[in-house]
Design a protein around this ligand. Structure first.
Ligand code: ATP
Ligand code: MG
Length: 268
């Protein structure tokens, strides 16, 4: 099982869109895939048409239920999700006194280690405790960046956080790549940002996600883009990105996070 956190503390850059559509494309490619909605806004939960059955990520983090009992199916075959709820805001406070508070999600994920090939975690727009939990539980992080003015602003804070997590919480974390989103080839600005990103980050994904009305419409139909508009440019882009992601993951050293005994010393 590979665990990938989709993170950027800047809001509205395409984290959720990337999480749900990558996840669907991964499931289409035959990987058993799980989305963890780690954002209290619960956008991924609704975009995937996941119908919560009364147990949410919050309950699993607080030890009130097993992660397994929170898992629900989505509108896309072979893709499961752990739904989020507003309670997750409170989890940040309630977990604050927990001695291993950054490892709670990692502990919960060990339960499902044999059941999935890929777990994608949709982070909220902050570098708070939930995002730290996601990064501490992940083999890899990907950072969506919007092709807009000030796109690079804040990216250094994210990279610094990832570096700190690597030093203090999770030496196995790899920054797998930065993905340019909402690219509009007709504007000079989009072209400039994409060029700047390529110049700054060796870890840029080759696939660039175009700005597309279809991609913004799909969540209101509670379906991923490969279902809502399977032949659209957005669908093709996320299929390509999924290919790239799965290839990059297969080049990583084998994960040590979810092997037997890997949790020794990590409190549940
Ligand atoms: P937040 O920080 O609030 O969690 P986010 O980073 O998850 O936001 P999204 O919710 O994925 O960002 O996207 C923000 C908005 O932009 C949404 O309305 C989404 O539908 C739209 N959007 C995302 N990607 C694209 C795209 N490639 N083309 C057009 N619209 C897009
Ligand atoms: Mg989001």
């Amino acid at each position: 099982m590979s665990v990938v956190a989709v993170a950027n503390q800047k809001g509205g850059v395409g984290k959720t869109t990337t999480t749900v559509n990558l996840a669907a494309a991964s499931a289409e490619a035959g990987r058993r895939t799980l989305v963890i909605d780690a954002d209290a806004q619960a956008n991924a939960t609704s975009a995937l048409g996941a119908q919560p059955q009364g147990a949410f990520l919050y309950d699993a983090l607080l030890g009130q239920t097993q992660l397994q009992s929170c898992i629900v199916s989505t509108s896309w075959p072979g893709l499961d999700a752990v739904p989020s709820s507003m309670d997750l805001v409170a989890a940040e406070i309630e977990l604050a006194a927990h001695s291993r508070r950054e490892y709670v999600l990692r502990g919960a994920l060990t339960e499902v280690a044999g059941s999935y090939d890929l777990v994608l975690i949709d982070c909220g727009p902050s570098l708070g405790l939930m995002t730290l939990n996601a990064l501490a539980a992940a083999d890899a992080a990907i950072a969506p960046v919007q092709c807009e003015y000030l796109a690079l602003e804040g990216l250094s804070a994210l990279l610094e956080t990832i570096r700190r997590v690597q030093v203090h919480l999770n030496p196995g974390l790899h920054l797998l790549g930065v993905v340019a989103t909402m690219y509009d080839g007709r504007t000079r600005l989009s072209q400039d940002v994409a060029t700047q990103l390529k110049a700054h980050f060796s870890a840029m994904f080759d696939t660039i996600i175009p700005r597309s009305i279809r991609l913004s419409e799909a969540p209101s139909h509670q379906r991923p883009i490969i279902d809502y508009a399977p032949r659209s440019r957005g669908a093709e882009a996320y299929r390509e990105l999924a290919d790239e992601l799965l290839n990059r993951l297969s080049d990583l050293p084998p994960s040590t996070l979810y092997r037997d005994g890997a949790l020794d010393g990590v409190a549940r």
